[in-house]
Ligand binder design. Structure first.
Ligand SMILES: NC(=O)c1ccc[n+]([C@@H]2O[C@H](COP(=O)([O-])OP(=O)(O)OC[C@H]3O[C@@H](n4cnc5c(N)ncnc54)[C@H](O)[C@@H]3O)[C@@H](O)[C@H]2O)c1
Length: 316
């Protein structure tokens, strides 16, 4: 199995689980945001191979694909805010990188299945909450969401044209140890600098769904096994928790876990109707009905996920 982006936050947790299951795993990562420390425990294991390579360079990936039948494609630039200043980064790191990977899969004799880490942001400001997989039209509001949606479309076309299979998983906000971006690491960093005052981007009323990383990896493996068993050509699953929490509540939980009292919250007011930045989806709750109907459900709700993730990040 190949895990692109396997040295990153989600990728490395997936690698841990696959290695525990005694799979043969290759990680391809350019270490742009990923870290060797995330996968160091496996480097001397005979079932594990690490390849430092960049998906933007096709010559780097062709050889890797000769060995792998299943590809978990997690490499990307996941920072929505990058789109405000450098949209081309998302085009290259998400869409072109995926195109290069698909081309290598098409040429390889062994590659059969791609599991693609997509995102709730493909739905944009959805008018149906919770948002099911068949919601439309899909109108992303960030270049991140747009390029991920474009990846989904490209992958679907490759399954039809070149006899590959694809499982597309649309992830809510995933939190847990090793995450180096997003709301919790941001609040922890700010509160370590100034424990008396916390600046919150937007109006703090953004209301979204958060899933703990262990639940996320469970759901990814559960849907992948099911997809392989069903022998489908292409399928899409939302993966998330069943409720939401506000950014203000997250600030309260992080302050509590850091044992800080009377922290003054200030709000930037943000962009337009209180969102944190351009491209920030204010209200997000994925429908996970399709997933739960297969017998899977998350162990933690959004607030529990935030609390446990904060604790583990503080211990790191
Ligand atoms: N974390 C979340 O909440 C979340 C939510 C929805 C979707 N996703 C998706 O899940 C995937 C993993 O996200 P993450 O939070 O673990 O991010 P991350 O930044 O921790 O991981 C991305 C990994 O990809 C690697 N990478 C980036 N560009 C590369 C390239 N051109 N070639 C090779 N490697 C490259 C990075 O070095 C890093 O190890 C991404 O595709 C992201 O869009 C994440």
């Amino acid at each position: 199995m190949l895990v692109t982006g396997g040295a990153g936050f989600l990728g490395s947790h997936l690698v841990d689980r696959l290695m525990q299951l005694e799979e043969k795993v290759t990680v391809l990562d350019n270490l742009s945001s990923g870290r060797m420390t995330n996968i160091r425990r496996w480097v001397n294991n005979p079932n594990f191979t690490f390849i430092e390579a960049d998906l933007k360079k096709p010559e780097d990936i062709n050889k890797t694909l000769q060995e792998s039948t299943r590809v978990f494609h997690f490499a990307a630039n996941p920072e929505v805010r990058v789109g405000e200043t450098s949209p081309k980064v998302h085009l290259e790191e998400n869409l072109m990188a995926t195109f290069n990977l698909l081309e290598a899969m098409r040429r390889s004799r062994r590659a059969e299945t791609i599991v693609f880490a997509s995102t709730s942001t493909v739905y944009g400001d959805a008018s149906t909450i919770p948002t099911p997989e068949d919601y439309g039209p899909l109108i992303p509001i960030s270049t991140y969401g747009a390029t991920k949606l474009a990846c989904e479309a490209l992958i679907a076309s490759y399954t039809h044209t070149f006899n590959l299979n694809a499982l597309i998983i649309r992830l809510a906000n995933i939190v847990g140890p090793r995450s180096n971006h997003g709301v919790i690491p941001d609040f922890i960093k700010k509160l370590k600098t100034n424990p008396k005052k916390l600046e919150i981007l937007g109006d703090g009323k953004q209301n979204k769904s958060y899933l703990y990383v262990d639940d996320c990896i469970d759901a990814i493996l559960h849907t992948t096994n099911r997809f392989i068993e069903d022998d489908d050509n292409v399928d899409v699953y939302n993966i998330g928790s069943t409720n939401q929490t506000t950014v203000r509540r997250i600030a309260e939980i992080v302050a509590q876990e850091m044992k800080l009292q009377n922290v003054e919250f200030t709000f930037t007011g943000g962009f337009r109707d209180g969102r944190g930045w351009k491209g920030d989806v204010r209200i997000m709750q994925l429908s996970v009905e399709k997933l739960t109907q297969t017998g899977w459900k998350p162990k933690l709700d959004s607030e529990q996920a935030i609390r446990i993730a904060t604790r583990s990040l503080l211990r790191q």
